[in-house]
Write a protein that binds this ligand. Sequence first.
Ligand code: FAD
Ligand code: 2HG
Ligand code: ZN
Length: 502
Amino acid sequence: QARFATAAFPPRLNSVAAQDLAHFAKILPPSSILSTLPPISSSPDELDQFNNDWMGRFRGSSTTVLKPKTTQQVSEILKWCNERRIGVVPQGGNTGLVGGSVPVKDELILSLSNLNKVREFDPVSGILVADAGCILQNLTDYVAPHNHIMPIDLGAKGSCQIGGNVATNAGGLRLLRYGSLHGTVLGLEVVLPDGTVLDQLTTLRKDNTGYDIKQLFIGAEGTLGIITGVSILTPPAPQASNNVILALPSFQNVLPLYQTVKRELSEILSAFEFIDRTSYDLAVKHGQGRALSDEEIEGAECFVLVETSGCKREHDEEKLAALLENLLESDNPLINTGVLSQNPAQFSSLWALREGVTEAVSKEGKPYKYDISVPLSSFKEVVDKTREHLRSKGLLHEKAVKHVLGYGHVGDGNLHLNIVADSYLSEIQNALEPYIYEVVSSYRGSISAEHGIGYQKTHALHYSKDAVSIALMKKIKNVFDPNGIMNPCKDNQPIRMHIHPS
Ligand code: FAD
Ligand code: 2HG
Ligand code: ZN
Protein backbone atom coordinates (compact mmCIF):
# COMPACT_ATOMS: atom_id res chain seq x y z
CA GLN A 1 0.00 0.00 0.00
CA ALA A 2 1.12 3.56 -0.60
CA ARG A 3 -0.14 6.91 0.49
CA PHE A 4 0.39 10.58 -0.03
CA ALA A 5 2.94 12.32 2.14
CA THR A 6 1.66 14.98 4.49
CA ALA A 7 3.59 17.92 3.08
CA ALA A 8 2.73 21.48 4.05
CA PHE A 9 0.37 20.73 6.92
CA PRO A 10 -0.35 24.05 8.67
CA PRO A 11 2.06 24.14 11.64
CA ARG A 12 -0.28 26.37 13.65
CA LEU A 13 -2.87 23.61 14.11
CA ASN A 14 -2.94 21.59 17.33
CA SER A 15 -3.57 17.91 17.94
CA VAL A 16 -6.48 16.75 20.09
CA ALA A 17 -5.33 16.49 23.73
CA ALA A 18 -6.72 15.30 27.07
CA GLN A 19 -8.27 18.70 27.86
CA ASP A 20 -10.16 18.59 24.54
CA LEU A 21 -11.58 15.15 25.25
CA ALA A 22 -12.69 16.34 28.68
CA HIS A 23 -14.53 19.22 27.02
CA PHE A 24 -16.12 17.02 24.32
CA ALA A 25 -17.36 14.72 27.08
CA LYS A 26 -19.43 17.65 28.37
CA ILE A 27 -21.05 18.08 24.94
CA LEU A 28 -21.57 14.48 23.82
CA PRO A 29 -22.50 11.16 25.47
CA PRO A 30 -19.64 8.59 25.66
CA SER A 31 -21.20 6.56 22.83
CA SER A 32 -20.64 9.48 20.43
CA ILE A 33 -16.90 9.77 21.07
CA LEU A 34 -14.25 7.49 19.65
CA SER A 35 -10.67 8.19 20.61
CA THR A 36 -7.48 6.25 20.90
CA LEU A 37 -6.37 8.69 23.59
CA PRO A 38 -6.89 8.01 27.31
CA PRO A 39 -9.22 7.90 29.12
CA ILE A 40 -11.35 6.70 26.19
CA SER A 41 -8.70 4.46 24.58
CA SER A 42 -10.73 3.03 21.68
CA SER A 43 -8.81 0.49 19.63
CA PRO A 44 -7.16 1.99 16.52
CA ASP A 45 -9.12 -0.55 14.43
CA GLU A 46 -12.34 1.23 15.40
CA LEU A 47 -11.01 4.40 13.77
CA ASP A 48 -9.76 2.67 10.63
CA GLN A 49 -12.93 3.13 8.59
CA PHE A 50 -12.84 6.88 9.35
CA ASN A 51 -9.12 7.31 8.61
CA ASN A 52 -9.13 5.44 5.28
CA ASP A 53 -10.84 6.59 2.12
CA TRP A 54 -13.11 4.50 -0.12
CA MET A 55 -10.34 3.65 -2.59
CA GLY A 56 -7.77 2.70 0.04
CA ARG A 57 -5.55 5.40 -1.42
CA PHE A 58 -5.62 8.18 1.17
CA ARG A 59 -5.02 7.54 4.84
CA GLY A 60 -5.05 9.83 7.85
CA SER A 61 -4.07 9.22 11.46
CA SER A 62 -6.79 10.92 13.44
CA THR A 63 -7.03 9.95 17.09
CA THR A 64 -10.58 11.16 17.58
CA VAL A 65 -13.98 10.88 15.90
CA LEU A 66 -17.00 12.79 17.22
CA LYS A 67 -20.54 11.92 16.20
CA PRO A 68 -22.88 14.75 17.22
CA LYS A 69 -26.65 14.25 17.01
CA THR A 70 -27.72 17.89 16.87
CA THR A 71 -26.75 21.14 15.18
CA GLN A 72 -26.19 22.66 18.62
CA GLN A 73 -23.61 19.98 19.43
CA VAL A 74 -21.82 20.61 16.10
CA SER A 75 -21.77 24.30 16.97
CA GLU A 76 -20.24 23.72 20.42
CA ILE A 77 -17.59 21.38 19.01
CA LEU A 78 -16.54 23.81 16.27
CA LYS A 79 -16.44 26.76 18.67
CA TRP A 80 -14.02 24.82 20.87
CA CYS A 81 -11.88 23.59 17.97
CA ASN A 82 -11.65 27.10 16.59
CA GLU A 83 -10.48 28.50 19.92
CA ARG A 84 -7.99 25.65 20.36
CA ARG A 85 -6.91 25.69 16.67
CA ILE A 86 -7.73 22.04 16.08
CA GLY A 87 -8.17 21.00 12.44
CA VAL A 88 -11.58 19.47 11.68
CA VAL A 89 -12.53 17.10 8.85
CA PRO A 90 -16.29 16.85 8.24
CA GLN A 91 -17.11 13.31 7.17
CA GLY A 92 -20.31 12.07 5.55
CA GLY A 93 -20.48 8.61 4.02
CA ASN A 94 -16.73 8.69 3.24
CA THR A 95 -17.37 7.76 -0.40
CA GLY A 96 -15.51 10.76 -1.85
CA LEU A 97 -12.97 9.91 -4.54
CA VAL A 98 -10.40 12.72 -4.10
CA GLY A 99 -9.19 12.20 -0.53
CA GLY A 100 -11.26 15.08 0.89
CA SER A 101 -13.12 13.15 3.56
CA VAL A 102 -10.16 11.73 5.50
CA PRO A 103 -7.57 13.61 7.55
CA VAL A 104 -4.18 14.49 6.16
CA LYS A 105 -2.59 14.23 9.58
CA ASP A 106 -4.35 13.85 12.92
CA GLU A 107 -7.24 16.30 12.51
CA LEU A 108 -10.41 15.64 14.42
CA ILE A 109 -13.05 13.83 12.38
CA LEU A 110 -16.59 15.12 12.78
CA SER A 111 -18.89 12.41 11.46
CA LEU A 112 -22.40 13.51 10.46
CA SER A 113 -23.80 9.97 10.59
CA ASN A 114 -25.89 10.54 13.77
CA LEU A 115 -27.50 13.67 12.35
CA ASN A 116 -29.91 11.62 10.31
CA LYS A 117 -33.54 12.72 10.71
CA VAL A 118 -35.96 13.93 8.08
CA ARG A 119 -37.21 17.29 9.36
CA GLU A 120 -40.18 17.86 7.04
CA PHE A 121 -41.59 16.97 3.64
CA ASP A 122 -44.28 18.82 1.74
CA PRO A 123 -45.91 16.43 -0.76
CA VAL A 124 -47.47 19.33 -2.67
CA SER A 125 -44.31 21.29 -3.40
CA GLY A 126 -42.03 18.23 -3.13
CA ILE A 127 -39.68 20.15 -0.83
CA LEU A 128 -37.77 17.95 1.59
CA VAL A 129 -35.86 19.27 4.61
CA ALA A 130 -33.45 16.78 6.13
CA ASP A 131 -30.45 16.53 8.42
CA ALA A 132 -27.19 16.50 6.47
CA GLY A 133 -26.28 12.99 7.65
CA CYS A 134 -29.27 11.29 6.01
CA ILE A 135 -28.12 8.61 3.58
CA LEU A 136 -29.22 9.35 0.01
CA GLN A 137 -30.92 5.96 -0.43
CA ASN A 138 -32.90 6.47 2.80
CA LEU A 139 -34.18 9.81 1.49
CA THR A 140 -35.12 8.17 -1.81
CA ASP A 141 -37.08 5.55 0.16
CA TYR A 142 -38.66 8.27 2.32
CA VAL A 143 -40.09 10.27 -0.58
CA ALA A 144 -41.03 7.24 -2.73
CA PRO A 145 -44.46 6.60 -1.10
CA HIS A 146 -45.29 10.23 -1.86
CA ASN A 147 -44.43 9.58 -5.53
CA HIS A 148 -41.32 11.70 -5.50
CA ILE A 149 -37.68 10.96 -6.20
CA MET A 150 -34.45 12.63 -5.17
CA PRO A 151 -33.07 14.90 -7.92
CA ILE A 152 -29.69 13.18 -7.54
CA ASP A 153 -28.68 9.54 -7.96
CA LEU A 154 -25.24 7.95 -7.90
CA GLY A 155 -23.57 4.59 -7.47
CA ALA A 156 -22.66 5.40 -3.85
CA LYS A 157 -26.31 6.08 -2.86
CA GLY A 158 -26.34 3.36 -0.21
CA SER A 159 -23.59 5.08 1.82
CA CYS A 160 -23.20 8.71 0.76
CA GLN A 161 -25.09 11.38 2.69
CA ILE A 162 -27.08 14.31 1.40
CA GLY A 163 -24.70 16.68 3.23
CA GLY A 164 -21.74 15.03 1.49
CA ASN A 165 -23.54 15.28 -1.84
CA VAL A 166 -24.09 18.99 -1.31
CA ALA A 167 -20.57 19.57 0.02
CA THR A 168 -19.12 17.98 -3.15
CA ASN A 169 -21.84 19.32 -5.48
CA ALA A 170 -22.12 15.74 -6.68
CA GLY A 171 -23.39 15.32 -10.24
CA GLY A 172 -24.38 11.71 -10.79
CA LEU A 173 -26.71 9.97 -13.16
CA ARG A 174 -29.70 12.34 -13.18
CA LEU A 175 -28.00 15.66 -13.80
CA LEU A 176 -28.99 15.62 -17.46
CA ARG A 177 -32.63 15.65 -16.42
CA TYR A 178 -32.82 17.53 -13.10
CA GLY A 179 -29.78 19.81 -13.23
CA SER A 180 -27.14 20.38 -10.57
CA LEU A 181 -27.55 20.80 -6.82
CA HIS A 182 -26.90 24.52 -7.31
CA GLY A 183 -30.45 24.57 -8.69
CA THR A 184 -32.27 21.96 -6.62
CA VAL A 185 -30.91 22.87 -3.18
CA LEU A 186 -33.20 25.59 -1.86
CA GLY A 187 -31.65 26.17 1.53
CA LEU A 188 -28.92 25.10 3.91
CA GLU A 189 -28.19 25.18 7.61
CA VAL A 190 -24.45 25.50 8.16
CA VAL A 191 -22.29 25.69 11.27
CA LEU A 192 -19.48 28.14 10.63
CA PRO A 193 -15.97 27.46 11.99
CA ASP A 194 -16.49 29.73 15.03
CA GLY A 195 -19.66 27.86 15.97
CA THR A 196 -22.15 30.39 14.59
CA VAL A 197 -25.19 28.72 13.04
CA LEU A 198 -26.05 30.18 9.63
CA ASP A 199 -29.75 29.49 9.13
CA GLN A 200 -30.54 29.67 5.44
CA LEU A 201 -32.78 26.64 5.55
CA THR A 202 -35.50 28.28 3.50
CA THR A 203 -38.03 26.38 1.43
CA LEU A 204 -38.59 29.24 -1.00
CA ARG A 205 -38.28 28.67 -4.74
CA LYS A 206 -37.52 32.34 -5.27
CA ASP A 207 -35.53 34.69 -3.05
CA ASN A 208 -33.52 37.46 -4.66
CA THR A 209 -32.58 39.33 -1.51
CA GLY A 210 -28.89 39.90 -1.95
CA TYR A 211 -26.02 37.46 -2.37
CA ASP A 212 -27.02 33.80 -2.43
CA ILE A 213 -24.55 32.79 0.28
CA LYS A 214 -25.63 29.14 0.48
CA GLN A 215 -24.21 28.57 -3.01
CA LEU A 216 -20.71 28.99 -1.58
CA PHE A 217 -21.12 25.88 0.56
CA ILE A 218 -22.33 23.77 -2.39
CA GLY A 219 -19.07 22.24 -3.59
CA ALA A 220 -16.90 23.78 -0.84
CA GLU A 221 -15.98 20.26 0.37
CA GLY A 222 -16.16 21.18 4.04
CA THR A 223 -13.58 23.97 3.82
CA LEU A 224 -15.95 26.77 4.85
CA GLY A 225 -18.23 25.17 7.44
CA ILE A 226 -20.27 22.10 8.30
CA ILE A 227 -23.61 21.59 6.56
CA THR A 228 -26.11 20.30 9.12
CA GLY A 229 -29.43 20.68 7.26
CA VAL A 230 -30.51 20.65 3.63
CA SER A 231 -33.71 21.82 1.97
CA ILE A 232 -34.06 20.28 -1.47
CA LEU A 233 -36.63 20.18 -4.24
CA THR A 234 -37.63 16.61 -5.12
CA PRO A 235 -39.23 16.00 -8.53
CA PRO A 236 -42.38 13.90 -9.00
CA ALA A 237 -41.52 10.26 -9.66
CA PRO A 238 -41.77 9.36 -13.34
CA GLN A 239 -44.68 7.02 -13.97
CA ALA A 240 -42.63 5.00 -16.41
CA SER A 241 -38.90 4.39 -16.70
CA ASN A 242 -37.23 2.34 -19.40
CA ASN A 243 -33.66 1.78 -20.43
CA VAL A 244 -31.75 0.31 -23.32
CA ILE A 245 -28.08 -0.47 -23.80
CA LEU A 246 -26.71 0.25 -27.25
CA ALA A 247 -23.56 -1.41 -28.63
CA LEU A 248 -21.60 0.84 -30.98
CA PRO A 249 -19.02 -0.26 -33.58
CA SER A 250 -17.02 2.93 -33.10
CA PHE A 251 -16.65 5.78 -30.65
CA GLN A 252 -17.10 8.15 -33.63
CA ASN A 253 -20.80 7.24 -33.52
CA VAL A 254 -21.41 8.46 -29.96
CA LEU A 255 -21.91 12.10 -30.90
CA PRO A 256 -24.28 11.61 -33.83
CA LEU A 257 -26.10 9.04 -31.70
CA TYR A 258 -26.51 11.56 -28.89
CA GLN A 259 -27.97 14.07 -31.34
CA THR A 260 -30.38 11.50 -32.78
CA VAL A 261 -31.46 10.25 -29.35
CA LYS A 262 -32.07 13.79 -28.08
CA ARG A 263 -34.12 14.62 -31.16
CA GLU A 264 -36.22 11.43 -31.13
CA LEU A 265 -36.78 11.02 -27.39
CA SER A 266 -36.83 14.73 -26.50
CA GLU A 267 -38.68 15.29 -23.20
CA ILE A 268 -38.53 11.66 -22.02
CA LEU A 269 -34.73 11.31 -22.27
CA SER A 270 -33.33 11.16 -18.71
CA ALA A 271 -29.83 9.68 -19.06
CA PHE A 272 -27.24 9.13 -21.77
CA GLU A 273 -24.25 7.36 -20.22
CA PHE A 274 -21.13 6.03 -21.89
CA ILE A 275 -18.87 3.07 -21.14
CA ASP A 276 -16.00 1.98 -23.32
CA ARG A 277 -15.29 -1.68 -24.05
CA THR A 278 -12.74 -2.05 -21.25
CA SER A 279 -15.22 -0.63 -18.72
CA TYR A 280 -17.90 -3.04 -19.93
CA ASP A 281 -15.52 -6.02 -19.74
CA LEU A 282 -14.45 -5.12 -16.20
CA ALA A 283 -18.06 -4.59 -15.05
CA VAL A 284 -18.98 -8.04 -16.35
CA LYS A 285 -15.81 -9.67 -14.99
CA HIS A 286 -16.63 -8.39 -11.50
CA GLY A 287 -20.30 -9.33 -11.54
CA GLN A 288 -21.89 -5.93 -12.10
CA GLY A 289 -25.13 -6.45 -14.02
CA ARG A 290 -26.02 -9.13 -16.53
CA ALA A 291 -23.59 -9.72 -19.38
CA LEU A 292 -24.95 -9.28 -22.92
CA SER A 293 -24.67 -12.27 -25.24
CA ASP A 294 -21.54 -12.82 -27.37
CA GLU A 295 -23.58 -11.93 -30.43
CA GLU A 296 -24.74 -8.67 -28.89
CA ILE A 297 -21.26 -7.47 -28.00
CA GLU A 298 -19.50 -8.69 -31.14
CA GLY A 299 -17.54 -5.83 -32.73
CA ALA A 300 -18.60 -3.32 -30.07
CA GLU A 301 -16.01 -0.65 -29.31
CA CYS A 302 -18.21 1.02 -26.70
CA PHE A 303 -21.70 1.15 -25.22
CA VAL A 304 -24.27 3.79 -24.41
CA LEU A 305 -27.00 3.42 -21.82
CA VAL A 306 -30.11 5.44 -22.56
CA GLU A 307 -32.83 5.92 -19.96
CA THR A 308 -36.27 7.40 -20.47
CA SER A 309 -38.53 8.75 -17.75
CA GLY A 310 -42.02 9.74 -18.68
CA CYS A 311 -45.62 9.45 -17.62
CA LYS A 312 -47.05 6.83 -19.98
CA ARG A 313 -45.36 3.47 -20.41
CA GLU A 314 -46.89 2.58 -23.81
CA HIS A 315 -45.99 5.99 -25.22
CA ASP A 316 -42.38 5.78 -24.00
CA GLU A 317 -41.96 2.17 -25.14
CA GLU A 318 -43.26 3.09 -28.57
CA LYS A 319 -40.81 5.95 -28.82
CA LEU A 320 -37.88 3.78 -27.71
CA ALA A 321 -38.85 0.96 -30.07
CA ALA A 322 -39.16 3.43 -32.97
CA LEU A 323 -35.75 4.88 -32.09
CA LEU A 324 -34.17 1.43 -32.12
CA GLU A 325 -35.84 0.54 -35.40
CA ASN A 326 -34.65 3.75 -37.06
CA LEU A 327 -31.13 3.26 -35.74
CA LEU A 328 -30.88 -0.33 -36.91
CA GLU A 329 -32.55 0.14 -40.28
CA SER A 330 -30.61 3.16 -41.40
CA ASP A 331 -28.22 2.71 -44.39
CA ASN A 332 -25.28 3.47 -42.17
CA PRO A 333 -26.33 2.23 -38.70
CA LEU A 334 -24.83 4.03 -35.72
CA ILE A 335 -25.30 0.96 -33.53
CA ASN A 336 -24.68 -2.77 -33.91
CA THR A 337 -27.46 -3.72 -31.58
CA GLY A 338 -29.64 -2.53 -28.71
CA VAL A 339 -30.87 -4.47 -25.69
CA LEU A 340 -34.08 -3.15 -24.17
CA SER A 341 -34.93 -3.98 -20.56
CA GLN A 342 -38.20 -5.89 -20.32
CA ASN A 343 -38.82 -5.78 -16.58
CA PRO A 344 -37.59 -4.02 -13.41
CA ALA A 345 -34.89 -6.65 -12.80
CA GLN A 346 -33.45 -6.16 -16.29
CA PHE A 347 -33.75 -2.39 -15.89
CA SER A 348 -31.57 -2.54 -12.76
CA SER A 349 -29.20 -5.01 -14.35
CA LEU A 350 -28.53 -2.73 -17.33
CA TRP A 351 -27.94 0.18 -14.96
CA ALA A 352 -25.53 -1.97 -12.93
CA LEU A 353 -23.31 -2.38 -15.99
CA ARG A 354 -22.77 1.40 -15.92
CA GLU A 355 -23.09 2.21 -12.19
CA GLY A 356 -20.95 -0.77 -11.23
CA VAL A 357 -17.81 0.26 -13.15
CA THR A 358 -16.33 2.12 -10.15
CA GLU A 359 -16.82 -0.93 -7.95
CA ALA A 360 -15.42 -3.25 -10.64
CA VAL A 361 -12.34 -1.07 -11.12
CA SER A 362 -11.62 -1.22 -7.39
CA LYS A 363 -11.90 -5.00 -7.43
CA GLU A 364 -9.52 -5.18 -10.39
CA GLY A 365 -6.68 -3.18 -8.81
CA LYS A 366 -5.64 0.23 -7.54
CA PRO A 367 -7.40 3.03 -9.39
CA TYR A 368 -5.97 6.41 -10.36
CA LYS A 369 -9.05 8.51 -11.08
CA TYR A 370 -9.33 11.54 -13.30
CA ASP A 371 -12.78 13.09 -13.39
CA ILE A 372 -12.59 15.58 -16.21
CA SER A 373 -14.70 17.82 -18.41
CA VAL A 374 -13.45 17.86 -21.99
CA PRO A 375 -15.25 18.31 -25.32
CA LEU A 376 -17.34 15.23 -26.06
CA SER A 377 -15.58 14.64 -29.35
CA SER A 378 -12.26 14.14 -27.51
CA PHE A 379 -13.35 11.52 -24.93
CA LYS A 380 -11.70 8.65 -26.80
CA GLU A 381 -8.68 10.68 -27.81
CA VAL A 382 -7.94 11.49 -24.15
CA VAL A 383 -8.18 7.84 -23.11
CA ASP A 384 -6.05 6.68 -26.07
CA LYS A 385 -3.44 9.40 -25.54
CA THR A 386 -3.09 8.46 -21.87
CA ARG A 387 -2.70 4.77 -22.72
CA GLU A 388 -0.05 5.53 -25.35
CA HIS A 389 1.75 7.86 -22.97
CA LEU A 390 1.95 5.12 -20.34
CA ARG A 391 3.09 2.64 -22.98
CA SER A 392 5.85 4.99 -24.10
CA LYS A 393 7.02 5.17 -20.48
CA GLY A 394 7.13 1.38 -20.32
CA LEU A 395 4.40 1.28 -17.68
CA LEU A 396 1.69 -0.64 -19.50
CA HIS A 397 2.11 -4.20 -18.26
CA GLU A 398 0.68 -6.55 -15.62
CA LYS A 399 3.02 -5.36 -12.84
CA ALA A 400 2.27 -1.66 -13.38
CA VAL A 401 -0.78 -0.32 -15.29
CA LYS A 402 -3.26 -3.04 -16.23
CA HIS A 403 -6.01 -0.97 -17.88
CA VAL A 404 -6.81 2.52 -19.06
CA LEU A 405 -10.54 3.06 -19.42
CA GLY A 406 -13.11 5.76 -19.99
CA TYR A 407 -16.75 6.06 -19.01
CA GLY A 408 -19.05 8.79 -17.88
CA HIS A 409 -21.83 11.22 -18.36
CA VAL A 410 -21.94 12.11 -22.06
CA GLY A 411 -24.87 14.44 -21.53
CA ASP A 412 -22.74 16.48 -19.09
CA GLY A 413 -19.47 16.36 -21.07
CA ASN A 414 -17.91 14.52 -18.13
CA LEU A 415 -15.40 11.73 -18.74
CA HIS A 416 -14.16 9.41 -15.99
CA LEU A 417 -10.68 8.43 -17.03
CA ASN A 418 -9.51 5.57 -14.80
CA ILE A 419 -6.09 4.00 -14.78
CA VAL A 420 -6.03 0.64 -13.00
CA ALA A 421 -2.69 -0.44 -11.63
CA ASP A 422 -1.35 -3.35 -9.66
CA SER A 423 -0.37 -0.96 -6.84
CA TYR A 424 0.10 2.74 -6.16
CA LEU A 425 3.59 3.62 -7.43
CA SER A 426 5.37 6.96 -7.72
CA GLU A 427 6.50 6.13 -11.31
CA ILE A 428 2.87 5.83 -12.38
CA GLN A 429 1.83 8.93 -10.45
CA ASN A 430 4.65 10.93 -12.03
CA ALA A 431 3.79 9.67 -15.50
CA LEU A 432 0.15 10.67 -15.07
CA GLU A 433 0.64 14.08 -13.50
CA PRO A 434 0.95 16.74 -14.69
CA TYR A 435 0.54 14.99 -18.08
CA ILE A 436 -3.24 14.53 -17.79
CA TYR A 437 -3.81 18.00 -16.35
CA GLU A 438 -1.88 19.51 -19.26
CA VAL A 439 -3.98 17.54 -21.75
CA VAL A 440 -7.20 18.72 -20.03
CA SER A 441 -5.95 22.28 -19.96
CA SER A 442 -5.15 22.14 -23.69
CA TYR A 443 -8.88 21.54 -24.26
CA ARG A 444 -9.76 24.32 -21.77
CA GLY A 445 -11.44 21.54 -19.77
CA SER A 446 -11.91 21.01 -16.04
CA ILE A 447 -9.60 18.85 -13.93
CA SER A 448 -12.55 18.06 -11.68
CA ALA A 449 -15.97 17.85 -13.28
CA GLU A 450 -17.91 16.48 -10.30
CA HIS A 451 -15.74 14.85 -7.60
CA GLY A 452 -14.11 18.02 -6.27
CA ILE A 453 -10.59 19.01 -5.33
CA GLY A 454 -10.11 17.13 -2.05
CA TYR A 455 -6.50 16.42 -1.19
CA GLN A 456 -5.72 14.98 -4.58
CA LYS A 457 -6.00 18.08 -6.75
CA THR A 458 -5.25 21.16 -4.63
CA HIS A 459 -1.89 21.62 -6.34
CA ALA A 460 -3.47 21.36 -9.79
CA LEU A 461 -6.23 23.92 -9.39
CA HIS A 462 -4.44 26.39 -11.64
CA TYR A 463 -5.01 24.13 -14.65
CA SER A 464 -8.71 25.00 -14.45
CA LYS A 465 -8.88 28.29 -12.55
CA ASP A 466 -7.00 31.49 -13.28
CA ALA A 467 -4.96 33.40 -10.71
CA VAL A 468 -7.74 35.96 -10.15
CA SER A 469 -10.25 33.21 -9.29
CA ILE A 470 -7.80 31.44 -6.96
CA ALA A 471 -6.99 34.70 -5.18
CA LEU A 472 -10.71 35.35 -4.65
CA MET A 473 -11.22 31.82 -3.35
CA LYS A 474 -8.45 32.39 -0.80
CA LYS A 475 -10.09 35.63 0.34
CA ILE A 476 -13.45 33.91 0.74
CA LYS A 477 -11.82 31.09 2.74
CA ASN A 478 -10.23 33.67 4.97
CA VAL A 479 -13.53 35.44 5.64
CA PHE A 480 -15.22 32.23 6.79
CA ASP A 481 -12.29 30.42 8.36
CA PRO A 482 -9.50 32.84 9.33
CA ASN A 483 -7.82 30.22 11.55
CA GLY A 484 -7.80 27.63 8.77
CA ILE A 485 -9.29 24.83 10.90
CA MET A 486 -11.76 23.51 8.32
CA ASN A 487 -10.51 20.54 6.32
CA PRO A 488 -6.88 21.71 6.20
CA CYS A 489 -4.88 21.02 3.03
CA LYS A 490 -8.10 20.51 1.04
CA ASP A 491 -8.59 24.11 -0.05
CA ASN A 492 -6.92 26.26 -2.65
CA GLN A 493 -3.40 26.23 -1.22
CA PRO A 494 -0.96 25.15 -3.89
CA ILE A 495 0.66 22.35 -1.88
CA ARG A 496 2.80 19.74 -3.55
CA MET A 497 2.06 16.09 -3.06
CA HIS A 498 4.42 13.17 -3.20
CA ILE A 499 3.51 9.56 -3.26
CA HIS A 500 5.66 7.08 -1.45
CA PRO A 501 5.43 3.44 -0.48
CA SER A 502 4.58 2.78 3.14
P1 FAD B 1 -17.71 12.22 2.06
O1 FAD B 1 -16.98 11.35 1.14
O2 FAD B 1 -17.78 11.83 3.48
O3 FAD B 1 -17.10 13.70 1.98
C1 FAD B 1 -16.83 14.31 0.75
C2 FAD B 1 -16.37 15.76 1.01
O4 FAD B 1 -17.44 16.53 1.55
C3 FAD B 1 -15.25 15.87 2.02
O5 FAD B 1 -14.43 16.95 1.66
C4 FAD B 1 -15.95 16.15 3.34
O6 FAD B 1 -15.15 16.85 4.24
C5 FAD B 1 -17.13 16.98 2.87
N1 FAD B 1 -18.36 16.81 3.66
C6 FAD B 1 -19.07 15.67 3.85
N2 FAD B 1 -20.17 15.93 4.58
C7 FAD B 1 -20.15 17.25 4.84
C8 FAD B 1 -21.01 18.13 5.56
N3 FAD B 1 -22.14 17.70 6.13
N4 FAD B 1 -20.67 19.44 5.64
C9 FAD B 1 -19.53 19.90 5.06
N5 FAD B 1 -18.69 19.11 4.38
C10 FAD B 1 -19.00 17.81 4.27
N6 FAD B 1 -19.71 11.60 -7.31
C11 FAD B 1 -20.40 12.25 -8.28
O7 FAD B 1 -20.36 13.49 -8.32
N7 FAD B 1 -21.13 11.57 -9.22
C12 FAD B 1 -21.21 10.22 -9.24
O8 FAD B 1 -21.86 9.65 -10.10
C13 FAD B 1 -20.52 9.50 -8.22
N8 FAD B 1 -20.59 8.17 -8.16
C14 FAD B 1 -19.89 7.49 -7.21
C15 FAD B 1 -19.96 6.11 -7.19
C16 FAD B 1 -19.24 5.38 -6.23
C17 FAD B 1 -19.33 3.88 -6.22
C18 FAD B 1 -18.45 6.07 -5.29
C19 FAD B 1 -17.67 5.33 -4.24
C20 FAD B 1 -18.39 7.46 -5.30
C21 FAD B 1 -19.09 8.17 -6.25
N9 FAD B 1 -19.06 9.57 -6.31
C22 FAD B 1 -19.75 10.25 -7.27
C23 FAD B 1 -18.23 10.32 -5.34
C24 FAD B 1 -18.96 10.51 -3.96
O9 FAD B 1 -19.83 9.53 -3.69
C25 FAD B 1 -19.71 11.80 -3.93
O10 FAD B 1 -18.79 12.83 -3.97
C26 FAD B 1 -20.61 11.96 -2.68
O11 FAD B 1 -21.39 13.07 -2.90
C27 FAD B 1 -19.85 12.09 -1.37
O12 FAD B 1 -20.76 12.00 -0.28
P2 FAD B 1 -20.30 11.44 1.15
O13 FAD B 1 -21.43 11.62 2.11
O14 FAD B 1 -19.74 10.11 1.03
O15 FAD B 1 -19.17 12.50 1.50
C1 2HG C 1 -19.54 7.60 -11.81
O1 2HG C 1 -20.04 8.37 -12.63
C2 2HG C 1 -18.84 8.18 -10.62
O2 2HG C 1 -19.71 6.37 -11.89
C3 2HG C 1 -17.52 7.51 -10.27
O3 2HG C 1 -18.69 9.55 -10.71
C4 2HG C 1 -16.48 7.65 -11.34
O4 2HG C 1 -15.10 6.05 -10.26
C5 2HG C 1 -15.13 6.98 -11.03
O5 2HG C 1 -14.13 7.39 -11.62
ZN1 ZN D 1 -19.67 10.37 -12.42
